[in-house]
Design a protein around this ligand. Structure first.
Ligand SMILES: *Cc1c(COP(=O)(O)O)cnc(C)c1O
Length: 358
């Protein structure tokens, strides 16, 4: 089955084999070595220096990393500004609510671009805002938010950025220095092509010094302290770590995030072009969409379940729209171990399915 949902992704044969590595106690030096190597490779993806940056490894899905980042790094006594234009921005707001983090939001319709002037206006009026949280790639619609533009503003004001990069880390540009980034949350099983169950936060080390824990389990400062000392506060998913280690080695062999961006771009363009020829319109233009995932309006006269089931019968899993988009759109992600031939078969499947429906 070819997975075109935004994670978990199809694994390469060697990543799958890595899952069957030897049993290992998380208090033994072999585990310390594995963990240290993954942490270094995660920094290497964007060329970050370990003196300034730390990769903190967690058990759990992407949301665990986002929740750890927000609860550990948003300081008490100041204010967090959450920018939302989709499900995952809204989820960051909910995390702030549940943990009583002093916050306010700037909200846009799902799929809309944010307007930097709105954010400038809030920062002008609210000097107590110390951090801005935003989703890089809003998987709800495929929109790639312009983190560079937001980062320039934040950096000029001395405000720190907290980024949900769960569906972009490893395949889209992230300029850590330019943007005044304090933390970036991401996961093993999307653009990095690992297995589900591990996630991480790339954190600027000096941002950790003022961190106040809101939870015992998701306290980034204590994870970082123990991982720097080659330990771990809690049991880690050892087999998932083996797979992530292998997946990171393959990313590097294949040319790093730029090569992966190019690869996704090639596959996504092929899908967009062929679907357009079948009269299936994209929700957003190519220049505002990530290379990772594209959203499309459902073919005329076909509901999502019918399209999904017909494609699944031919070996492909597409993804539904969320909330009010459930009736209108479907999504196609091109992450994971997918070949050109898979995409050609997908195009054939779409042709057959859409022809059947008219
Ligand atoms: C997938 C995703 C998440 C996390 O979802 P999990 O189900 O917890 O892995 C968070 N943010 C974005 C933008 C995502 O695409």
């Amino acid at each position: 089955m070819i997975l075109l949902n935004p994670g978990p992704v199809n694994l390469s044969a060697s990543v799958r084999e890595a899952l069957a590595g030897p049993d290992l106690c998380h208090r033994e030096p072999e585990f310390a070595e594995l963990q240290a190597s993954i942490r270094q490779r995660l920094l290497d993806v964007y060329g970050l220096l370990p003196a300034q940056w730390a990769a903190v490894l967690l058990a759990g899905s992407g949301t665990a990393a986002v929740e750890a980042m927000l609860t550990s790094l948003a300081p008490r006594g100041r204010k967090l500004l959450v920018v939302e234009n989709g499900v995952y921005g809204e989820r960051m707001r909910k995390i702030a609510e549940v943990h009583d983090i002093h916050h306010q939001t700037v909200s846009y319709a799902w799929g809309a671009a944010f307007d930097i002037n709105d954010i400038r206006h809030v920062l002008d009026k609210r000097p107590e805002v110390s951090h801005v949280a935003m989703v890089h790639h809003e998987t709800t619609t495929g929109r790639l938010n312009d983190i560079g533009e937001l980062g320039d503003l934040c950096r000029a004001r001395g405000v720190h950025l907290l980024i949900d990069s769960v569906s972009s880390f490893g395949a889209e540009p992230l300029d850590f220095e330019r943007c005044g980034i304090a933390g970036v949350a991401a996961t093993a099983n999307k653009c990095l092509h690992g297995a589900p169950g591990a996630s991480f936060v790339i954190v600027r080390r000096d941002a950790l010094s003022g961190a106040t824990p809101h939870t015992v389990y998701l306290d980034l400062a204590s994870y970082c302290r123990e991982q720097d000392a080659r330990g771990t506060p809690f049991t880690q998913p050892v087999q998932i770590f083996y797979a992530l280690h292998q997946a990171l080695a393959e990313l590097e062999e294949q040319g790093g995030w730029r090569a992966r961006q190019w690869r996704y771009q090639t596959l996504a363009r092929r899908v967009r072009t062929e679907l357009a020829a079948l009269g299936i319109r994209p929700l957003l233009g190519e220049h505002e969409t990530s290379v990772v995932l594209s959203a499309f309006h459902l073919p005329h006269g076909m509901d999502y379940a019918a399209l999904h089931d017909a494609l699944k019968a031919r070996g492909f899993v597409i993804y539904a729209g969320q909330g009010s988009f459930a009736r209108d759109i479907f999504r196609v992600a091109v992450m994971g171990a997918i070949t050109d031939a898979d995409i050609e078969r997908l195009v054939d499947a779409f042709r057959a399915v859409v022809r059947l429906s008219v």
